[in-house]
Design a protein around this ligand. Structure first.
Ligand SMILES: C[S@@+](CC[C@H](N)C(=O)[O-])C[C@H]1O[C@@H](n2cnc3c(N)ncnc32)[C@H](O)[C@@H]1O
Length: 248
């Protein structure tokens, strides 16, 4: 029995978790992540893009909104309305705690059945795209719900770091039964930035801005704080996050 449970533990450590099962657990601590390099730079990139947009009376779809981490930032720009959607009921439940009147929708697949054709002005999707296997279906649906004059913001882990063995992971710190005190790695799919651009350019969007941030001296402190300088040395020089701002 002891050997079987040891093998089980090793297997669990190595297996990438599906987004659905991972965010069920991560939802508990996601908003209190400390010194998280990705979340820190994601926020910088998002702020830069938001500053270029006129939000007056605009309807925003936050695709894969998670806990609504970015919502206060977006509300600061006085938009008409924010609609959030996600595949994780646990992540969405956190939005409702922070913003009780929030409109959120639990997704079963990429279909945005709750939205009429051409009903959104801006789609924001931060740190989600690499969780999605097939972008064709997703972008077809985005193209259905977004108005002719519209904007899209996408950020995510950089495909180059994923190609080189980087991953999206978190440390389980809550008392979540057998998963307590372990690092969970979540399944990602590698989508090259130029492939994403090409797909959206086919719907008439053009790239207004592309931000890429590399692992360099600026970010060394994040690794030092996590006692992970070996990881820093391994990935130094590689871009770890990107942001795309597209307009039409
Ligand atoms: C790293 S979190 C990002 C959440 C939020 N956008 C943010 O920036 O904090 C990734 C989110 O994507 C959601 N997600 C994963 N796969 C998805 C899919 N196929 N469609 C929509 N959301 C998905 C997860 O449930 C999770 O809430």
């Amino acid at each position: 029995m002891e050997i079987i449970s040891k093998i089980k533990r090793i297997f669990q450590r190595q297996k990438d978790w599906s987004a659905r099962e991972a965010y069920k657990i991560w939802s508990e601590t996601y908003d209190s992540e400390q010194d998280n390099l990705i979340l820190f730079y994601d926020n910088i990139i998002l702020k830069e893009f938001l500053s270029k947009i006129n939000f007056k009376e605009k309807t925003i779809l936050d695709y894969g909104c998670g806990t609504g981490r970015n919502w206060q930032e977006i509300f600061n720009h006085n938009p008409g309305k924010i609609i959030g959607c996600d595949i994780s009921p646990e992540m969405l439940s956190k939005v409702k705690i922070k913003f009780p009147n929030a409109e959120t929708h639990l997704l079963q697949n990429e279909k945005l059945t709750f939205l009429a054709d051409k009903s959104c002005d801006i789609i924001i999707s931060t740190l989600v795209i690499a969780h999605i296997k097939n972008l064709n279906n997703l972008f077809r649906e985005w193209n259905r719900v977004i108005r002719d004059k519209s904007e899209i913001i996408i950020t995510d882990l950089h495909p180059q770091i994923l190609e080189n063995g980087g991953s999206r992971s978190f440390h389980v710190v809550t008392n979540s039964g057998s998963y307590n005190d372990k690092t969970v790695t979540i399944k990602n799919f590698i989508h090259k930035i130029n492939k994403i651009e090409k797909l959206l350019h086919q719907s008439g969007f053009r790239t207004s801005d592309l931000i890429e941030k590399k692992i360099d001296e600026d970010v060394k402190l994040f690794y030092e704080k996590k006692n992970a300088i070996g990881v820093y040395e391994r990935f130094k020089g590689l871009p770890f996050i990107y942001g795309l701002y597209l307009t039409r």
